[in-house]
Design a protein around this ligand. Structure first.
Ligand code: OOG
Ligand code: MG
Length: 256
């Protein structure tokens, strides 16, 4: 049997992002399952690498119930981050570069010495050099921000852009820190890092395990986004967005 056209599907998703045009979902029609969807994601990454982008990290998706409920998919997923997606803290993103952007508060890890594949993390403080508050801008390439599990995996888990606040030393506990998402100084979402798999440190174990299933290893120096602690909020031109994580501080961006 001939499988799905991995390169062709990646081409469609890539073109949707490049031309800022939503496309219909394609997994059902093309017979994508989770494995072939990750193959599409890899082809989509290769398209970016071919034009000179650099892989700088990995992001987790749907590690919180709020996010699963918002998009109606209840599996933890992972995607790739490149240098072009990284916006400086306090920097500006152009809403017109995205189809229907949303922002969500996250926790970022700066990866250090990771265990061998298949081994659990023995000491989080060895595996992670620093932590930071972060904002992820997600932008599904699918019409109405609606997708199935293989669809969102193929679409690099809706990755669009991200901002990392100042790195700080790993605090004693990360499992119950208050999280706020503010838009124009008003609170848009309130949550806790406990929403991220009970403890965002668990997201790293999951990331290593799930990416490892597809032969992808995480590397020292990579940025790791543990997943949003709250539902995502639509980003409008002119908005000033701040994510505040207790003990860690603030990350911000402006929308033009
Ligand atoms: C999928 C990406 C989810 C997160 O932090 O949960 C994600 C989506 O919601 O479109 O990045
Ligand atoms: Mg996210």
């Amino acid at each position: 049997m001939i499988g799905p056209d991995i390169t062709g599907i990646a081409g469609k998703l890539g073109a949707a992002a490049d031309t800022v045009t939503a496309i219909p979902q394609l997994a059902a029609e093309t017979g994508l399952d989770v494995d072939t969807a990750y193959a599409v994601q890899t082809a989509l990454l290769q398209r970016r690498l071919d034009r000179g982008e650099r892989l700088v990290g990995l992001k987790m998706g749907l590690t919180s119930k709020a996010k699963m409920a918002q998009v109606g998919v209840d599996e933890v997923i992972w995607g790739r981050l490149t240098d072009v997606m990284l916006v400086p803290d306090g920097g500006t993103v152009s809403v017109g570069d995205f189809i229907h952007p949303r922002v969500e508060p996250e926790v970022a890890f700066l990866l250090d010495r990771l265990p061998e594949p298949g081994e659990p993390i023995a000491d989080f403080a060895d595996a992670v050099r620093a932590v930071a508050p972060a904002i992820e801008l997600i932008d599904s390439r699918y019409a109405n921000f609606t997708f199935s599990l293989p669809d969102v995996i193929a679409d690099n888990t809706s990755a669009g852009a991200f901002v990392v606040g100042p790195w700080c030393p790993v605090p004693d506990g990360l499992d119950n820190l208050g999280v706020l998402l503010e838009i124009d100084g008003r609170i848009a979402q309130v949550g806790s890092t406990a929403a991220i798999l009970g403890d965002p440190r668990r997201a790293l174990d999951e990331g290593i395990r799930l990416a490892g299933r597809h032969g992808v290893r995480l590397h020292q120096g990579w940025i790791f986004l543990a997943g949003a602690a709250t539902a995502a909020v639509p980003l409008r031109p002119g908005a000033h967005v701040r994510a505040v994580v207790e003990k860690l501080g603030t990350a911000s961006l402006k929308a033009a």
